[in-house]
Each structure stands twice: as C-alpha cells, then as structure tokens.
Design a protein around this ligand. Sequence first.
Ligand code: GLY
Ligand code: MN
Ligand code: MN
Length: 462
Amino acid sequence: MFSADIYQQRRARLQAADLSGLLLFPGNADAPMNYRDNIYPFVQDSSFRYFFGLNEPGLAGVIDADSGEVTLFGREPEVADVVWTGPQPSLAERAALAGVNRSRPYAELAAVLRAARDNGRTVHYLAPYRGEALIELGRLLALHPDELGAGVSAALTRAVVALREIKGAEEIAEMERALTVTRAMHLAAMREARPGVAERAVVGEMEGIVRGHDWQLAYPSIFSRRGEVLHNHHHDQLLQAGDLVVNDSGAASDSGYASDITRTLPVGGRFTPRQRELYDTVLAMQLAALDAIRPGVPYLDVHKLAARVMVERMTALGFFQGDADAIVDSGAYAIAFPHGLGHQIGLDVHDMEGLGEDLVGYGDEAERSPLFGLGYLRLAKPLKAGMAITVEPGIYFIPALIDAWQAEGRHSQYIRYETFRQYRDFGGIRIEDDVLVTEQGCRVLGAPIPKTAEEVEAAMAD
Ligand code: GLY
Ligand code: MN
Ligand code: MN
C-alpha cells in the first residue's frame, strides 16, 4: 500500500470532478471456491484499492462529493477473528492507513445510503462484475440485481477512468517491480523449455517463482505449443523439438499492479528458417508500433500500422496478394492476426475493463469496428502521456479459421489460401511488452527480457 497522502490526493482529484451526491466504492468480499470458508486468493476491487489502498475483504468507502467527507465502512475484528486469522488492526487504524479519519460499522452502510436517497441525493456507483458484489449492492440499495445496471453512474465511471488511466510515478514503479518477477519467470521458461519437458513442468516452475514472493499471477498463465489458441490455458502437452511455444504470463505485485508479457520460444533452442521469417515479422510489427506510439495518436492507427507491416512482409512470403492498404482495411489480414494490438494495464491486467470496455478503450473518440479481428481491439482511442498499455502483435495459423474462410471464399482476392494451408501445423507467435506513453513517445517498462530471435536463442542456450 502507498502512503496515505497518495490516496488523499486521488480522492481529492475525484472530488474535483463535477459530481454531486455520494460516491460509493464497495470493496470485494472473499469468494468461496467450493464452500464458504475455502476461498480463492483474495483480489480487491481495483477502484476501491485505487482510492483506499486497503487489501482486505468486507470494506466499503463512501465519498460525499458535496461536503468532502470520506468514510470507511467495515467490521471491527472480534476475538473469533483473531483466533482464526491472527491479530488485526482496528477499523480506525485501517482507515488511517488510507488517510481516512471517519469509520463506521459496515452494518450502517445500507441506512446511510437509504437516508441519502430519501433526501434526493444520488448514490453513484460503478458497474459490479462479481455475482456476490451484485447481490450485496442490490441489498445495500434495496434494488433487485437486475435493476442495478440502469443505475450505474456514467459520470463516476468517466471520472474514475480519467484518473486511473493516467499512471502516477508510484504506480509505474510498482508495475516495474512486478516486471522484475515476470522477467525471472520468462528467463526460467527459456531455460526449461526443452524437448521432452512437459508444459505443466515449465508452468509450475514459473508460477513457483511468483508464489515464492507470496504474490499472485496477474492472469492465468498461457504456456502452450498450440499457441494459435489465443488464450490457451491447457498445459498438458510434451514439448517437442521444432515446436514454437507461446509464453504469455505475468505476476501481479503485492500492491496489486499487473504485468503482462509474452515471448515465443523455439523448443530445441533455435528458430527454423520458416519460423524465423515470421518471428522477425512479428518483431517488426511490434517495433513499428513502439515507434509510432505517442500522445494524440489513436491506438487504432497503431494497430493498423502493425497489421500493415505484417501484410507487407507476409505478401513477400506468399501469404497475401494485392494492395496492402486494402488487405488491412477489408479485414483480410485478421486471418493471421485476429486480436487487438493491446489494452491498458494497471491494477487490472486489462485495466478497468470491468467498468466497460467501450468506455475505457473507445470513449467518445473512437468507434468499435464490426470487422472480425479488429472488433477485438480493446483500446482504440487516442493515447495520452501517462497511459500504460500493452503492445502485443502476433501471427497465428488457426486451422478452423483458415478452413472456414476458405470454404466461404472470404477475401479470396487477397488471401493465398494455398500458402496458409502449408502452415496449418505452425502454431502461433506473439510478442508482448508493457509500455508507458511519454510526452515524447513511449518507454518499454522493466528491464529488457530477451526478445530478438538472437537474444531468445542465446537465453535458451544458457
Ligand atoms: N495475457 C492476456 C493478454 O495479453 O491480453
Ligand atoms: Mn498477455
Ligand atoms: Mn495483454
């Protein structure tokens, strides 16, 4: 947790947004795995954590946007809590850590909200995304969970996004701390990914590094020789010489900040010439994107630039034919690059996506494309200095997609299906870094992780 003044400043900035009424930030509750007392690792709600810092279940923060009064609602620890889970600070001590000098029993929260609404005041809240939170919010506001969606505060959501999407120096430092552990995970995978080794053994090695810090993963690890499955969470195969393995894995620091890194490894330690030309293509896509990132540039344009770099190189390799711009604009390119170039990252790996992906990634300045592939782009709006984003181009050979498009003749004037068919067993390649948008351009966060083909091969030979 940061020092109390960070949270005070964040709340003061939120109050400077032109809101009136109560701003309600429910923290998360423990989530049962299979019965109440056997719980998933606790993950705090990120907006509560952003404004209040505290990382325990059962809390809620309320900011009176008119008077400036801030209250932390929670439960005083009882002897039974101490017996089962050890000594704990009082509620007032917890509140003080967040720079809050008023605390009230959680049991009073519903009445406080009711009194405010009875007085004609608005209770602003963000979109809940967990079932338990939905039910609890409904109880607090005396609304059926189905009615909550209509009451989500667009004004509060916009104000929160505007603050959370510009990272402070303290947040960037935490993301870089997360990246030190993620870097160790990726270096370990480069050492371990040899022919005959089980995917799950490498995953266990990487995740053990995270757990060894008593940290959590930022998201479920993707480590697969079937890297054409974009979010492949199976680790059940044996690595074979000549495979490409997509390793998309990252740690979240103890302060909750995420990292999200992908490297693609040649099992056996050397890229084949066929793998190498496409690996270098993905690298060229990423480097071109990094070069184009600067404040004011729509991320949609950066995505299209990366797609264009891919199309030009893959046309030379016999995968496409025709005008490169037309291949990008038609969406034909997505047969090989069917996902978006990246997303914001921070306390959530897809930062703030729970608040509404369109609101966070598109806002009023961009519109989501209906095209297959481009429609999956999570961030399209103009970039701002201080945003933290991922840059993650890829090339994939997805047999089901190739077959389906060829069967309907989709984009057959641009796509040379006979070439794609020769790569059905190729798998996938993705390269992903986390980047801070700066006034001048961007900075890749964290110490470098081997990325060029030569660097990856050297790390695997170590
Ligand atoms: N790790 C998931 C993603 O890259 O979006
Ligand atoms: Mn990733
Ligand atoms: Mn990502």
